[in-house]
Design a protein around this ligand. Structure first.
Ligand SMILES: [Zn+2]
Ligand SMILES: [Zn+2]
Length: 90
């Protein structure tokens, strides 16, 4: 169903419950204002470590509205990896 599509999947939770089909529109977006850390590691690979939370307001074509927050993440597993390494600090 999602073959060839690499983006995020957003479905209306109310419509999912009622097994209804709907399209979803982003009607508002709020982003915290922290500066992302961008760096290149020993292999020259780019990391974008963005600590911001983006809160989006969605509205589906059946009139449901909800908000969802999304945190930045990196291909290396950040921020989960960062938390693990903090646990190793003696
Ligand atoms: Zn809906
Ligand atoms: Zn990274």
């Amino acid at each position: 169903m999602t073959e060839g599509y690499g983006g995020p999947i957003v479905r209306c939770p109310e419509c999912m419950k009622g097994q209804m089909m709907s399209t979803v529109e982003v009607v508002g977006q709020f982003r915290t204002m922290m500066t992302p850390t961008v760096y290149f590691d020993e292999e020259g690979r780019q990391h974008i470590h963005d600590p911001n939370t983006v809160t989006s307001t969605y509205q589906c074509s059946n009139g449901h509205r909800w908000q969802q927050g999304q945190k930045g993440y990196c291909w290396c597993g950040w921020p989960e990896n960062r938390n693990e390494s903090q646990g190793d600090v003696q």
